[in-house]
Design a protein around this ligand. Structure first.
Ligand SMILES: [Zn+2]
Ligand SMILES: [Zn+2]
Length: 319
């Protein structure tokens, strides 16, 4: 009985720590890799830049230039040939299960890095240590084992890897281009529930409409956890808002460049990339005004996930 209670207690500790670690990595990815580097929506102070890179190195081992290049390519070819991880092209379940392989394949493509991330170059910190992702991951796992003991530390690392690689990231790339609500006229979808655990990334329809907006929520009912972190960093003087529409600045007391939404060069920071929303107008669609997105049942969603899906009439013309 006592042994059972102890094991149950340890499982709770492992689960809570793994979730906390995944949330830390998810928000660091959203704030730094996605909003700061890939879209230049915010500017990060050098001190916060180093801290966020170290956090990502220890918790994910990701290479920032690779992440930025793969993501910008996704925006440039959203849900059409060339998109590195579109469920519309390969089916929802392939993206859910093999998202990490699709990412790794594109990240190895030197042409993708050259074309989509010419502005994200290796600095001394990268050359010294951060470009060695496996070293970061190894140190992260070793640190957990020292802090919580080999068994609990190892289990927390395993739980975090499982959650980050096979749950959070695929949910953003898979469900985010498959099913949910739409405020704007593009091929991505919002999930207000998933947004709570994906650092706001599941407000994906909003994000594809305004890629340079530092805040992903636009409705009262939507919550973007990473925006809370950005606001705190703005107050501390560690982040400056740099892009996005007027609604993105609500509550920060920060004035941004409100005139930059809709110009091709504002959708992505890198030259030579395309917009994914025609005209950048991103107006609320008639679909939303009629009361929401695709409301298929869960079973239909699961079955459809095995199939590829052709674009809805009119979508092809907009790209
Ligand atoms: Zn997307
Ligand atoms: Zn993006």
């Amino acid at each position: 009985m006592l042994i059972g209670a102890t094991i149950g207690h340890e499982l709770w500790i492992i689960a809570v720590l793994a979730v906390l670690l995944t949330q830390t990595a998810t928000i660091a990815t959203s704030v730094y890799l996605h909003r700061a580097l890939a879209h230049r929506a915010i500017r990060v102070h050098r001190a916060a830049d180093v801290v966020l890179r170290l956090v990502l190195w220890l918790t994910t081992g990701q290479h920032r230039r690779e992440w930025v290049a793969v993501h910008r390519k996704h925006h440039a070819y959203t849900d059409r040939h060339g998109d590195p991880h579109s469920p519309q092209l390969v089916g929802l379940w392939r993206v859910q299960l093999f998202n990490v392989l699709y990412y790794a394949r594109e990240a190895r493509n030197a042409e993708t890095l050259r074309r989509f991330a010419p502005d994200v170059l290796e600095d001394r910190l990268d050359r010294l240590m951060l470009s060695r992702g496996w070293v970061g991951l190894g140190l992260g796992i070793a640190g957990l084992m020292v802090l919580f003991g080999p068994a609990i530390g190892g289990a927390v690392a395993g739980g975090h890897a499982l959650l980050y690689v096979f749950v959070v990231a695929p949910l953003i790339n898979g469900i985010g281009h498959w099913h949910g609500r739409q405020n704007f006229d593009n091929t991505a979808y919002n999930s207000r529930v998933l947004a709570w655990v994906t650092g706001g990334e599941s407000l994906h329809n909003n994000h594809h409409a305004h890629p340079r907006a530092p805040k992903f929520s636009v409705m009262r009912s939507e919550f973007d956890p990473s925006w809370l972190v950005i606001r705190a960093l703005v107050r501390l003087g560690l982040v400056t808002i740099d892009g996005g529409p007027a609604h993105a600045y609500a509550g920060t007391g920060t004035r941004g460049r409100h005139d930059d939404v809709g110009r091709p060069e504002d959708v992505l920071a890198a030259p030579g990339t395309k917009r994914d929303v025609a005209g950048g107008r991103a107006r609320r669609s008639a679909r939303w005004l009629r009361g929401g997105g695709d409301r298929g049942g869960v079973c239909r969603l699961v079955i459809r996930g095995f199939r590829h899906r052709s674009p809805r009439p009119g979508q092809e013309a907009r790209r």
